[in-house]
Ligand binder design. Structure first.
Ligand code: NAG
Ligand code: NAG
Length: 918
């Protein structure tokens, strides 16, 4: 975030003028692959010359795994190769040094637990290879050169080291230097690989920063080929297209959590988070890999979205070319090779397989899915009160007010500015009275200030990350000189957790939730605006080894704190900027400091889709753009788009103009209000989708190919997506347009415009007219969507409100759906205190049935049913439920839209019921 402003204080007036005109990211702050010595070395490996071999005579077979010794024939280094069969068509492969000079870091906290093993059977074993079976999968491990082929049924899905790009730099003693400073190789060692000749092998400089690299070169790299895959997706976070691009003539995609000021679009530069999960999809098969490594990582992609491949896909589909393939190459600076293979075969299988490893997002509180109002900064409690009141005055629903860093007493987190926020509890309670919440920011840098209890505790207990020399690490961040809690240490995490308890966080209440920002961590004066890689953590690990999980550990602490604060009763809500695999269990994620430009609005879709397929469904982007000022058109369109994205928060930089909706002209205000109200009307759907996500791991916001896996036209779409299997969303993300071209999938499917109820046949692209008030969203025929159409100040106030059901019929005149409800805030739903309903329309009969034995005593009833795509002829309807008996209902049929409205069925949603059309 926003370090420029801070940097300005340090510079002369001349410098300020220069910096002021820097419009976008300063690329010189960030390394290219060439500037990163391990990336250079790994990328320099020539294909087809793998020097790694397995000694199959050392094979050990266990019930769920095999283990073999591996050797690098170039230098004699020995490794342990292990393959584990896991439940649900998943495999794990680990390669580590046989006897490393020092232990190598193995990532913790990303997995939700020890993966569940499956039984493995050896089906063939020769001197050259061994084949094993587990579930429906066969894996063949070839010895010379080393290669692993993973099959789903008969189909080869993934090949490991097929291109021979493996590199595993074993830890070695630092070569001694002679008086002239030249390295002396130890005589017996056959060091004929290029590792040691790299000038960056034992130390490395970047700009004014020095990396002492006490362990020397420790990189690991491996290639994975995906047979039959048209595209690869995932490995967020990048501001790039959803389908990953070929990196043939450009830098690889980089995964190294960084605070990138004014990031640019359409490139593979690192951003705030790293999720080393890649999903490869083709029209017959989906598979994925999870590269469990927390060090800086680069990923090369070949043969995907560049022009040649697109034409080869077209040929392939028409049956005239070789099958498509995506080749990938993962390169990490340290750690071990630890890779999970999710073998599908369908997209939803891969999401389930992956989230069985790292978990799903627990059902958020209902408010978290509603609208959030944020700014850097709401200046004081009067400002908060005014904005809050204006929301009501202008009939704009809002659930959460947010406070950025300026609310604290001099950037000391867990404190309040004594003048501007003198009555925090009363301020929160005023919000709570309307069903609203407050979120405050808590960043992980700690102000070095002897008047700050947190700093004193950290100093007294030795809680800070250390430099390579064992001194407390100091860097610059918002408060000025700062140090950073060593969150790798469980004791320090629980200390941080305890700060969230009500008795410790003075002025807070159970209605205050948390925003963890700057947790890459951001260090303004550090290399690439982060911590030095040779800094030291708990257990003696270098920052290099664990960098990409620092933000994850930050949210683990926060989550535990919020959980303890309510004795485990209330579901925590956290927003984080930095993230890793597994972050979805603790926090929602936003795409960081974007800009008020149309391109940034457009990129929100591929960015959130990339996070979603990598397990992080609760994603959003700053509405309106963080930097710069959006004009009315961009601002309205952004609200309209974000109203259909999972996390919905408006936010802006301190130097931007105030942008609360009523500060715009009346038409803009009305458009924004309507977009937010539309979001509220769909909250029952959002809540149901997130409940289902917690069960099955399928993304809430999902690419079309998840539902239409063989429809090649859906594979590279960046401007539309599905919500569950029910809504197709294609927001307007261009200025001045009067129509948008929407691709409607499914040749057998019918889509209904949610505003006009107009039908569109699936299987092609259709131009849809868009006035300024139009959000192009379509309900799939065959689905039922629950809504609440009474709009109130906050979602909490709608808790007992009645439901409307939109029943959109398929070609056969049928539809089905689900509806989930509970108390909206507690963990009671884990004790079966919820209601999960199956809604079905068939043969002119709509019914609601309990899916399971859980019950929640809702007071909501059914207010309205709208049936879309119904032929004329119905004149009345009859509802039947246990407590109300049979009741005849009024209906209205609209011939033009072929829709029927059934008014006030008035059945209780707590009961099973039936409505018959006659
Ligand atoms: C709380 O609301 C009351 C009534 O509107 C108001 O007088 C008071 O100033 C508010 N307190 C804070 C801290 O905003
Ligand atoms: C309609 O019914 C036919 C026959 O039962 C079935 O094969 C088809 O999948 C159904 N179509 C839709 C869109 O559900």
């Amino acid at each position: 975030m926003r370090w420029l402003r801070f940097a300005l204080c340090l510079l002369s007036a001349v410098d300020i003028v220069l910096i002021y005109y820097v419009e976008a990211v300063d690329r010189s702050n960030f390394k290219t692959c060439q500037q990163s010595s391990f990336c250079r070395r790994c990328r320099g490996v020539q294909p087809g010359k793998s020097s790694y071999e397995l000694h199959l005579n050392t094979l050990k077979i266990e019930p769920s795994s095999i283990e073999v010794e591996m050797i690098n024939t170039q230098n004699g280094a020995r490794f342990r190769f292990q393959l584990f069969a896991l439940q649900d068509e998943t495999f794990r492969m680990k390669i580590n040094e046989w006897a490393p000079l020092k232990p190598r870091y193995e990532v913790q906290y990303a997995l939700q637990g020890e993966p569940v093993l499956n039984k493995l059977t050896v089906i063939e074993k020769t001197a050259e290879f061994i084949s094993v079976m587990a579930g429906a999968n066969k894996v063949t491990v070839h010895a010379i050169p080393f290669r692993v082929d993973l099959f789903s049924g008969d189909q080869l899905v993934i090949s490991v080291n097929a291109r021979g790009l493996m590199k595993f730099e074993h830890i070695r003693p630092k070569p001694e230097q002679n008086e002239a400073g030249e390295k002396i190789e130890d005589e017996g060692g056959p060091h004929i690989d290029d590792t040691l000749s790299d000038p960056g092998a034992w130390e490395e400089n970047f700009k004014s920063h020095h990396d002492s690299k006490p362990n020397g070169p420790t990189a690991v790299a491996l290639d994975f080929s995906f047979n039959g895959a048209h595209y690869a997706y995932g490995i967020p976070e990048h501001a790039d297209s959803f389908a990953l691009k070929s990196t043939k003539n450009i830098d690889p995609y980089r995964l190294y959590n960084l605070d990138v000021f004014e990031y640019e679009l359409n490139n593979g530069m690192s951003l705030y988070g790293s999720v080393p999960v890649l999903i490869a999809h083709g029209n017959t098969h989906t598979a994925g890999i999870f590269w469990l490594n927390a060090a800086e990582t680069w990923v090369d992609i070949l043969g995907t979205a560049d022009q040649n491949v697109v034409s080869s896909i077209v040929n392939f589909v028409s049956g005239s070319a070789t099958p498509p393939q995506v080749d990938t190459h993962f390169m990490s600076e340290s750690g071990i090779i630890d890779t999970f293979f999710m073998l599908g075969p369908k997209p939803k299988d891969v999401f389930r397989q992956y989230t069985r490893l790292t978990g799903t997002t627990p059902l958020p509180q209902y408010f978290a899915l509603a609208h959030h109002q944020c700014r850097w900064n709401y200046n004081d409690q009067d400002d908060v009160r005014n904005v809050d009141n204006k929301m009501d005055e202008y009939d704009i629903p809002n659930d959460v007010m947010w406070l950025d860093i300026e609310h604290t007493d001099s950037k000391r987190y867990f404190t309040w500015d004594p003048v501007k926020f003198s009555q925090p509890t009363e301020m929160i309670n005023n919000l709570t009275a309307k069903g609203r919440k407050l979120v405050t920011i808590v960043d992980p840098h700690i102000k070095r200030d002897s008047n700050y209890f947190l700093h004193n505790d950290a100093e007294n207990n030795d809680y800070y990350v250390k430099t390579k020399d064992g001194k407390v690490f100091e860097g610059w961040c918002w408060p000025g000189s700062s140090s950073y809690l060593d969150l790798l240490n469980p004791e320090i995490r629980s200390y941080l957790s305890s700060q969230y308890l009500l008795q410790n966080y003075h002025g807070s209440t159970l209605d205050l939730y948390i925003w963890n920002d700057m947790n890459e961590p951001s260090v303004f004066n550090g290399p690439e605006i982060t911590m030095h890689k040779d800094s030291l953590h708990y257990g003696g690990w270098e920052h290099r080894d664990i960098h990409n999980i620092y933000g994850l550990l930050n949210t683990v602490s926060t989550y535990e704190g919020l959980l303890q604060r309510s004795d485990g009763k209330l579901r925590p809500f956290i927003l984080t900027r930095s993230h890793y695999a597994g972050s979805q269990r603790y926090a929602s994620v936003w795409t960081g400091d974007n800009t008020a430009e149309w391109g940034h609005l457009q990129i929100t879709i591929p960015m959130c889709l990339s996070l979603s397929v990598a397990g992080i469904s609760f994603c959003g982007a700053d509405v309106g753009g963080f930097f710069k000022n959006p004009d009315s058109e961009l601002f309205s369109r952004w609200y309209q788009a974000a109203a259909f994205q999972p996390f919905f928060r408006t936010h802006s930089h301190i130097d931007t103009k105030r942008r609360e909706p009523w500060l715009f002209d009346e038409p803009t205000l009305l458009l924004i209000r309507e977009a937010i109200r539309t979001r509220y009307s769909f909250l029952p759907l959002w809540y149901t989708l997130f409940f289902e996500h917690e069960q099955d791991g399928a993304p809430v916001m999902r690419p079309l190919w998840v539902e239409y896996p063989s429809e090649v036209a859906t594979f590279a779409l960046d401007d539309e997506y599905l919500l569950g299997d029910r809504l197709l969303v294609h927001p307007v993300t261009q200025p001045g347009v009067s129509d948008v071209s929407v691709y409607f999938p499914g040749t057998q499917d019918i889509w209904y415009d949610i505003n006009t109820y107009r039908k569109v046949q699936g299987g092609g692209t259709v131009k849809i007219a868009v006035t300024m008030s139009k959000i192009p969203v379509f309900q799939r025929g065959g689905t039922i969507i629950p809504k609440k159409e009474r709009i109130r100040r906050s979602s909490a106030l709608t808790h007992n409100d009645p439901y409307t059901l939109i029943v959109a019929l398929d070609r056969n005149g049928s539809a089905s759906g689900t509806l989930y409800m509970d108390d909206g805030q507690s963990f009671d739903y884990r004790e079966k205190k919820y209601l999960y309903l199956s809604l079905e329309f068939k043969g002119n009969k709509l019914s609601s049935r309990y899916i399971d034995t859980a019950r929640y005593p809702t007071r909501s009833w059914l207010e309205r049913v709208v049936i879309l795509g119904l032929p004329p002829g119905i004149t009345r309807a009859q509802a039947e439920s246990k407590s109300a008996g049979r009741v005849t209902l009024e209906t209205t049929y609209n011939t033009e839209t072929q829709s029927l409205i059934v008014r006030k069925p008035a059945v209780s949603m707590a009961e099973e019921w039936t409505i018959v059309l006659q």
